[in-house]
Design a protein around this ligand. Structure first.
Ligand SMILES: *Cc1c(COP(=O)(O)O)cnc(C)c1O
Length: 355
């Protein structure tokens, strides 16, 4: 079995409308300018001023004492779990969570924790669900150590955890003496959609991270935030995993640029997602979940097309979509305009009517 991602076949038609993922944005010319101008130093020696500027800004934004720059969101989850937990500990997380499905089994392979999947609609669970999962403290039961939530919930449909529900699950964790971790890959989408500040969303959490390579449009990087003590400990894991970098300020500059220019515009992505959902809903055979942020999930089984046939027919017209959790997923982002949404809808109408 080969795990190398396939390269596009030579002569494949270019993707004109990329709804595959919000990770596929290209850095804008202005972002590249900011990267070129970045002051840099040796990050792992604490000498990169641009990385320090990004970390200081992120710690303040999230209402935490300290922050750490890492290459990816996956590494944020792995480093956070390694820092909070010991081997054999149990992490409570939603059954659709990224740590369970999309990190290559990293937590079994590297962190040695087991993950207890919790259920609930749209990638969320309630305080009662958490309470029902509490294990007795005996030598038979795995020690429960960490509660994890995803804001927004990706496979949950890009759903936004309401503040009160976050507070309620965190209260159970506190009462049990567990640590709390927020996978905030798309936290800014949740904040822009709800009007709630990131520090308020992350208030009950010992650790929280934000991905700069989703809707924020940076080429790489994610920032993990927490107490000075937590980040101090996390540095050992960053070093062990090879996540300590050198002149990383070039990439931190892109993240700083994204904080200044690409947050408020997430509202456009959300409006485009709603327009896409509204158009899809009018196509016979398609069932659409109401989008809350920039992810639109829909079911095409009523059209008589398989997912593969649907995806290939769209791809032949230059439109890319993905499949996730048995549904089609279309993401809006920086490189998708309202006009592209109209055009994608036209193409989808045509593909479905031909079927
Ligand atoms: C993308 C994503 C991650 C992982 O981030 P990478 O930067 O791709 O490693 C983790 N959690 C969620 C919810 C995500 O969507």
């Amino acid at each position: 079995m080969l795990f190398t991602p396939p390269r596009p076949p030579p002569g494949a038609p270019p993707v004109r409308i990329n709804l595959y993922s919000d990770t596929q944005t290209r850095p804008t010319p202005a972002m590249k300018e900011a990267m070129m101008r970045a002051e840099v130093g040796d990050e792992q020696h604490g000498d990169d001023p641009t990385v320090h500027a990004l970390c200081d800004r992120m710690a303040a934004l999230m209402g935490k004492e300290a922050a750490m720059f890492l290459p990816s969101g996956t590494m944020c989850n792995v480093v956070a779990i390694l820092t909070h937990c010991q081997k054999g500990d149990e992490v409570l997380a939603h059954e659709t969570s990224h740590i369970l499905h999309s990190e290559g089994g990293a937590h079994a392979a590297l962190t040695g924790v087991q993950i207890l999947p919790l259920r609930g609609p749209r990638g969320m669970f309630s305080a009662e669900d958490v309470r029902a999962a509490i294990r007795p403290r005996t030598r038979y039961a795995p020690p429960q150590r960490l509660l994890e939530v995803e804001q927004t919930a990706n496979i949950g449909g890009g759903a936004v955890w309401p503040l009160a529900q976050l507070g309620a699950v965190v209260a159970v964790a506190r009462e049990q003496g567990w640590a709390t971790h927020m996978d905030g890959a798309r936290l800014m989408n949740a904040c822009v959609a709800s009007g709630i500040a990131p520090a308020e969303m992350a208030a009950g959490f010992d650790s929280v991270w934000l991905d700069f390579t989703k809707g924020l449009g940076a080429p790489l990087g994610a920032v993990l935030c927490g107490s000075a003590e937590f980040i101090g400990e996390a540095w050992r894991w960053k070093q062990r995993l090879g996540g300590s970098m050198r002149q990383a300020g070039i990439c931190a500059a892109a993240c700083l640029y994204a904080l200044d220019h690409h947050i408020e515009r997430l509202a456009e992505d959300h409006a485009n997602a709603r327009a896409l959902a509204q158009g899809l809903r009018q196509i016979p055979g398609i069932t659409v979940e109401e989008p809350e942020t920039n992810l639109v999930f829909f079911d095409i089984r009523g059209t008589g097309l398989s997912f593969e046939a649907f995806q290939a027919a769209l791809r032949a017209e230059g439109v890319a979509v993905s499949g996730l959790g048995g549904r089609v997923r279309a993401c809006t982002h920086l490189d998708v305009t309202a006009a592209m949404i109209e055009e994608a809808l036209q193409i989808i109408r045509h593909v479905v009517s031909r079927a």
